[in-house]
Design a protein around this ligand. Sequence first.
Ligand code: SF4
Length: 402
Amino acid sequence: MEISIYFHIPFCNRRCDYCDFNTYAGLERQIPEYVKALNRELEMVLNNAPTDFKVTTIYFGGGTPSLLNSADYATLFTTIGNSAVVSPDAEISLEANPDSLSDEKITAYRQVGFNRISIGMQSASRFDLKALGRAHTNPSLLASVDGCRRAGFQHINLDLIFGIPGQTLESWQRTLRLALELSADHLSLYSLVIEEGTRLRRLYDKGLLVEVNDDLAADMYETAMEELAQAGYSQYEISNWAKNSDARCRHNLQYWRYAPYLGFGAGAHGFWGSTRTENLHTIQEYMQAVNLKSPAAFPAGCACQSTITMNRWEMMQENLMVSLRLTEEGVSLSRFAERYGVELMEVFPHQLEKNLREGLIEYDEEKDRLRLTYRGRLFGNRVFSQFVSNKVPKGYEHLLAQ
Ligand code: SF4
């Protein structure tokens, strides 16, 4: 069995104005202690694990993982290597902010084993960057991408955001153009959501900023679909584009294929068999639990605050919701039936019929794939939401058993 490992690094130099992630500014002095806690959690969980798996992807997300140095990562890689089989061609990714990278750091990350880097570009416009409260500038972005290329990173992703207050279609096109000029082999595009608890939300509530309207945001997304296709990128997931199949993010594919992964660190989530795990959120709570508590039953670690065991019906719905995001691969009907013991058409007849009729999904019989159409990509959330929180159909109550 192939599995993935996710590490959460919840440190940032400062909080961006749109960010509601589990991250903390000004606590960087705790990084050494946090890395020790990660090593301890990793050791305890992996030592409790069944032995028949191979780690094929490792991903450090945040927060700002580029605040840690390469020696911190070297200790974690050693711990993993001591307790698990890691595939020789494993994808090992690091999320990074341009302002926390230097040539020396990039080279050291590459030398310690990272082969993929995901850089938070967000926008080419300094007005957008200011509106988002981002600390970096374009020169630091260009220097980071150049440094990664010189250091021999095989795969570089750029994260971009559209729908930023004040952003126009023209400025979004300039952002896309710069991203294409930088020639990263992977692009992730996210539509800005003004989340509760953020500085942007406070400004919005006071009437000090205007949200981009839905039509303009949809135009921006469609423009990206067209321009990136023309530039030779394929949209393999609703928010992700890759230059070729090797450039696809194997770690995220694991999530979208509804396959197992372990999560380490504050607030990290895991998924194994039918169990979801979620760790304690704050750095303090997390480190205390790791240092004081004894190991829990696999796949939970000592910092796990909740485990949920799902029944087959819940898993089927969740599986559809995540896998339909894969715009080319979609969902294989035969694999679905094999995994859950029932045909998709039997249990979701109305949802499938409605979305097929409205031209939002299509079934490719030859490839045995159910997937979104071009139009469906524009209304993805509408499609996904129909496959969750459904009552189990009459006659299929056995799917509720765990
Ligand atoms: S760098 Fe990323 S994680 Fe950190 S505050 Fe900004 S958006 Fe949030």
